[in-house]
Design a protein around this ligand. Structure first.
Ligand code: G3P
Length: 217
């Protein structure tokens, strides 16, 4: 399973990139707004930190304008992935951009039928928002399972990118359900290496080693 960082903070992206643990980055207009940086500069900076795919979302609502924005975004860096909303206009734009070999991430996916449309339109990625489904008392992981089964049945090559991931369990369950990628917010990413039993175990090992009075070096 690949891990993307769901962030528009260049410092955070650099940190995780240095750890060698991220395969790409996803952003959205809300994250870009929070970063308070000029848009073009921010996109260039993020795309220079990682060689992996960087999803940048269009803001237009008509397919024509989405395509225009998509071409513009794709020119900003070779690793830009154009993020399009899961609307009919987004699907029309997805077909055109994908035909022009521009990778597309269809975002705000909340149902299997939406995921089928994204795949048929040639999307490179589809982003089911599992946390927001859970918020509405609908099992987000079940959606990942359905999409995986459907994509496998029909040999669709669109990658399943679990998004709106809020917990470690979301990541584990997405992996079990066969998602190709999870995009993870920085705080949750930091927490992935933690376990209280690891801390407790290390404390005991260190204390016993201290008592032994021995040295490795
Ligand atoms: O990847 C999508 C993400 O940025 C949205 O997450 O937690 O706002 O639903 P959330």
């Amino acid at each position: 399973m690949d891990f993307f960082l769901d962030s528009a903070e260049t410092q955070e992206i650099s940190k995780f990139h240095e750890l060698g643990m991220i395969n790409g980055v996803t952003t959205n207009p809300s994250l870009i707004y929070k970063s308070k940086k000029p848009f073009r500069e921010l996109v260039t900076d993020i795309c220079a930190i990682t060689n992996g795919p960087v999803s940048i979302e269009v803001t237009a609502s008509s397919s024509e304008k989405m395509v225009e924005e998509g071409f513009k975004l794709a020119k900003m860096a070779s690793n830009v992935v154009v993020k399009l909303p899961m609307t009919w206009e987004g699907i029309k734009a997805c077909k055109i951009l994908s035909k022009n070999k521009i990778p597309v991430n269809v975002t705000l996916c909340f149902s299997s039928t939406q995921a089928i449309l994204a795949a048929k339109a040639g999307a490179t990625y589809v982003s089911p928002f599992i946390g927001r489904l859970d918020d509405s008392n609908i099992d987000g992981i079940e959606l990942i399972r359905e999409i995986k089964t459907i994509y496998t049945n029909y040999n669709f090559t669109t990658k399943i990118l679990s998004a709106s991931v809020r917990t470690k369990n979301h990541i584990t369950q997405s992996a079990i359900a066969g998602a190709d990628i999870a995009t993870i917010p920085p705080n949750l990413f930091y927490d992935l290496a933690n376990h209280h039993l690891t801390d407790k175990g290390l404390e005991t090992f260190n204390a016993d080693w201290e008592k032994s009075g021995q040295k490795i070096l």
